[in-house]
Design a protein around this ligand. Structure first.
Ligand code: NAD
Ligand code: WQD
Length: 338
């Protein structure tokens, strides 16, 4: 039996595939390679001692997905596939709703038709919206999201919860990620954004490698220790290990479970810049800019529920996240090869 990993060639998916195989779990990857390179599959292969199959398929392609379920023995699904750029989602809401929400509906329909009712879903801290005060706990109200991307995550959470209500034989795990950064220790796998990075760490590493001349810091007038925004950065390998625990949970227990995957610690933009400079030995020039629309001052998790129920907690600190991000960027200045 295998876990089908949708979006398994992407940033978080690829790291999760390595940790699943390390844990002795068979995988099958489905990706349309819209936001990644095929060479990420070779990099996964080079790190593991067990072969696996991958399919180039869009999750919205019902026939294609059905063929995969018929050809493989799929026991459960980890569903990463989706579009994730907040700004782009404001420009292209229909594409985001189609890819993320419709894509998930097609996937769920094909799963049900093939008797597979176990799914782990990539949700996001963004579902907590603007109004909750950190540390964020899973029982806080969700849905006050400010952009179409966030709305797709909230809508998919609602769909999965309604699905469980309608049929209690499903096992569903909603994982709310905080801010994943870092890379595999080998330096061979990491985050490889197309174009100008939206997120802080890939922007910093591109400044460090000389692709961009400075970092824009969005706002220094928040009510935080240095005025810059605070987030809960989590090492992507810790996040990947959280998925191993989550898939084991849905294999074992029926229910609809929700977990934050974060460290519980918040760092400001300037804390991250300083930690990165220390880890890399490279100075990061920055300029203070106005606040970015839609940003909140402080967002960090209470990760206690995941520890209590999954036995999972993040082990890697900010220094290690910065060292590993830099190793990946410096060894692969242009990301994955074509
Ligand atoms: P990513 O873009 O690197 O990975 C997503 C993968 O899905 C890509 O390889 C892409 O080619 C594939 N994909 C997209 N649409 C597809 C489709 N219709 N059919 C098949 N494959 C498709 O992104 P990531 O950072 O690894 O994020 C993975 C998931 O986690 C996403 O759902 C994202 O929304 C969610 N998430 C990410 C973050 C983050 O900061 N990176 C935070 C919270 C949640
Ligand atoms: C972090 C901090 C910025 C870039 C986003 C999504 C969220 C989730 C994770 C998917 C903030 C500041 C950033 C830059 C900066 N993704 N910043 N200069 O906004 O917390 O979360 O990614 O689900 O849904 O919204 O992450 O990395 O963009 O920003 O000063 O060039 O860094 O203002 O304080 P964010 P981020």
């Amino acid at each position: 039996m295998a876990v089908l990993v949708t979006g398994g060639a992407g940033y978080i998916g690829s790291h999760t595939c390595v940790e699943l195989i390390n844990a002795g779990i068979d995988i099958v990857i489905v990706d349309n390679f819209y936001n990644c390179k095929k060479s990420s599959i070779d990099r996964i292969r080079a790190l593991v001692d067990r072969d696996f199959k991958y399919y180039e398929c869009d999750i919205r392609d019902k026939e294609g997905m059905d063929k995969i379920f018929k050809a493989e023995k799929i026991d459960s699904v980890i569903h990463f596939a989706g579009l994730k750029a907040v700004g782009e989602s404001v420009e292209k809401p229909l594409e985001y709703f189609d890819n993320n929400v419709n894509g998930t509906l097609v996937l769920l329909d094909v799963m049900r038709a093939n008797g597979c009712k176990k799914i782990v879903f990539s949700s996001s801290a963004t579902v907590y919206g603007m109004n909750n005060i950190s540390p964020l706990t899973e029982d806080m109200p969700v849905g006050g999201v400010t952009n179409p991307y966030g709305r797709t995550k909230y809508m998919i959470e609602c769909i999965l919860q309604d699905l469980y209500t309608s049929d209690n034989s499903w096992s569903i795990c909603l994982l709310r990620y905080f801010n994943p950064i870092g890379a595999h220790k080998s330096g061979t796998m990491g985050e490889d954004p197309n174009g100008i990075p939206n997120n802080l760490m890939p922007f910093i590493t591109q400044v460090a490698i000389g692709k961009r001349d400075h970092l824009n810091v969005f706002g220094n007038d928040y009510a935080t220790h240095d005025g810059t925004g605070i987030r809960d950065y989590i090492h992507v390998v810790d996040l990947a290990l959280g998925h191993v625990k989550a898939v084991q949970k849905v294999e074992k227990d029926e229910g609809c479970f929700i977990y934050n995957l974060g460290t519980g610690k918040g760092y400001s933009v300037l804390d991250v810049v300083n930690a990165f400079e220390k880890a890399s030995g490279v100075t990061i020039p920055f300029e203070i800019q106005p606040r970015r629309a839609g940003d909140i001052a402080i967002c960090y998790s209470d990760p206690a529920k995941a520890l209590r129920e999954l036995g999972w907690k993040a082990e890697r600190g900010l220094e290690e996240m910065c060292e590993d991000s830099w190793r990946w960027q410096s060894q692969n200045p242009n990301g994955y090869p074509d």
